[in-house]
Design a protein. Structure first.
Length: 75
């Protein structure tokens, strides 16, 4: 890795519609965080769509803050 400290990156977290708003996403996120911390990861990045308001709400409620990072793509 080109970084001095380990970091984790969460790119996909999905809960089916009928199971949303029951705390499942939060529990999945917490379990993932706990496992990564056990492995020495001290910082986490989460990637989600700009208009994915439910995901923004979840991540904000779990202590994540929105940054100004920009993602570039190319086909």
């Amino acid at each position: 890795m080109c970084y001095a400290n380990k970091y984790g990156e969460i790119t996909e977290l999905f809960v089916m519609d009928e199971y949303r708003r029951q705390g499942i996403g939060k529990k999945l996120l917490e379990a993932t965080e706990n496992e990564l911390y056990k492995r020495g990861v001290k910082h986490l990045h989460v990637l989600t769509g700009d208009e994915n308001t439910p995901a923004h709400t979840l991540y904000s409620s779990c202590g994540y803050t929105k940054t100004t990072e920009v993602l570039f793509d190319k086909d």
